[in-house]
Ligand binder design. Structure first.
Ligand code: FE2
Length: 467
């Protein structure tokens, strides 16, 4: 009997030790806060989808950066009935002199859908840090908008980016956008992490849902640039409909300044904006050795001058560190190809979407493995970026609740809620990231992290503090 007691006690302590050890091995925080199951798309008669009044009035107005340096803007809009005018009239707030720029229009067909007239007009050589007003349309359908150009690139220029991914067009998408607009930390530019309209989930990829999405985001995207990253929902590859040109609707509707960064494809490119150098990658284009994207990134990373743009940020759709059961390991092939470069060039942050959830990693890398040495576990690495998954914009695809358990060591915080992020650059050494859950008050930060720049804080004390 006594022997049995000793045996039971031993088993008890053994279990305790295993429990303690497993806790020690675990990563960071898994917040059990879970949003409701599915969110429905807003109906077609929703006010956010309203067509502007007047025959052939410009709609779906959106802007993005139009060159590498931030002195250019691409203005895009759609006229539904006929080509109308390609002209943009624009002037700076402090000037009475009005300028004209001429754009182009394109159209496309997708199965039984024919697009409206999609206008793109690039205006260049704008003054830095200046408010501009612009007008498009004809006669009584003329519409007027405004935007602010960024400050000239420089090492200590503060700038605030918003981060939105996988937005879709549900009631929750609308909440996410409203909350981004209402956040007291005013985002000046949106870094969009892919998966825009989700129209491919409709029968025949109903492209009229691209149009509703364009009208939905206009209230923000006509006034501040959205920097586009491509996601899997933009592929629109449908051989059953004889539609075999990938990204056809997306590449007609959303122009980006890829040529000015020597890219040969709109799916990967770079821009400078204030103190940030932003590299946009495509998870759904070839990136293996010798492919165009591989060669472009290989040649692009050494060009980044951290004394001009200290903050090196990479955007992609599919995360390469993800401990959600949804899309688990999907980013592994890109990690194998690109991660060592991210570490070598001291990328500060890699933002991704795709997983409809939020996750922030520790600074880790997994580049030591060489097939035979067994070093296949991520390790602490202060030259590595922080990986943030923020594919929680509110789309209709349902929750990404299941997590890989126990929480891996690389994962600092994860939660299956909808929300958006803010990356607030203070100077060359410090940037403050915050994640804002949709259910909270506007100013509440559900998660936050002080970024200490990888180039300007080489292994100082701040590295410990930032970890
Ligand atoms: Fe996705």
């Amino acid at each position: 009997m006594a022997l049995l007691k000793v045996y039971n006690l031993s088993v008890f302590w053994l279990l305790c030790m295993i429990l303690v050890a497993s806790n020690f091995c675990n990563g960071g925080i898994t917040n059990s806060f879970v949003r409701k199951e599915y969110s429905l798309d807003m109906p077609l008669d929703s006010d956010v989808f309203q067509v502007p009044p007047g025959y052939n009035a410009p709609q779906q107005v959106h802007i993005t950066q139009g060159d590498t340096d931030g002195r250019g803007v691409i203005i895009s809009w759609i006229t539904p009935d006929e080509p109308g005018s390609n002209t943009v009239i624009y002037w700076s707030e402090n000037s009475k002199h009005k300028n004209r720029a001429e754009g182009i229009f394109v159209r496309y067909k997708f199965f039984n859908y024919t697009s409206g007239y999609i206008h793109h007009c690039t205006i260049k050589k704008l003054e830095y840090n200046t408010k501009y007003i612009y007008e498009i349309g004809i006669g009584n359908t003329t519409r007027q908008f405004r935007f602010m150009t960024p400050p000239r690139a420089g090492p200590d220029v503060p700038y605030t980016f918003g981060l939105i991914g996988d937005l879709g067009q549900t009631h929750d998408s609308n909440v996410t956008l409203t909350r981004y607009e209402s956040n007291p930390k005013k985002g000046q530019t949106v870094l969009f992490l892919g998966d825009l309209s989700y129209s491919n989930d409709y029968p025949f990829h109903d492209n009229s849902r691209w149009d509703t999405w364009g009208r939905f985001i206009e209230r923000n995207a006509a006034f501040q640039p959205w920097i586009w990253t491509v996601g899997n929902h933009e592929l629109d590859f449908a051989p059953e409909l004889e539609e075999t040109t990938p990204f056809k609707p997306y590449t007609h509707r959303y122009y980006v300044p890829y040529a000015s960064s020597d890219s040969t494809s709109p799916l990967w490119y770079s821009i400078k904006r204030a103190s940030a150098y932003i590299i946009v990658l495509s998870s759904y284009s070839a990136y293996g050795k010798s492919t165009p994207q591989y060669k472009w990134l290989r040649d692009e990373l050494p060009k980044v001058d951290r004394s001009e743009t200290p903050w090196l940020i990479v955007l992609m759709h599919c995360p390469i560190y993800n401990s959600n059961a949804h899309h688990y390991m999907e980013g592994e092939t890109m990690r194998v190809v690109f991660e060592s470069w991210f570490v070598k060039y001291k990328v500060d942050a890699v933002f991704a979407g795709h997983v409809h959830s939020y996750e922030r990693s520790k600074r880790i890398s997994n580049i030591a493995y060489n097939i035979v040495n067994g070093k296949c576990t991520p390790v602490n690495d202060q030259s590595a970026p922080v990986y943030i998954t923020i594919g929680d914009g509110g789309n209709h695809d349902g929750p990404a609740i299941g997590m890989v358990e126990p929480q891996p060591n690389f994962s600092a915080y994860r939660e299956a809620s909808f929300g958006h992020g803010i990356f607030d650059i203070k100077n060359r050494t410090h940037a403050y990231f915050s994640w804002h859950r949709n259910q909270d008050g506007y100013a509440i930060e559900a998660d936050s992290f002080w970024f200490h720049n990888r180039y300007w804080n080489p292994f100082g004390k701040s590295f410990v503090a930032s970890y």
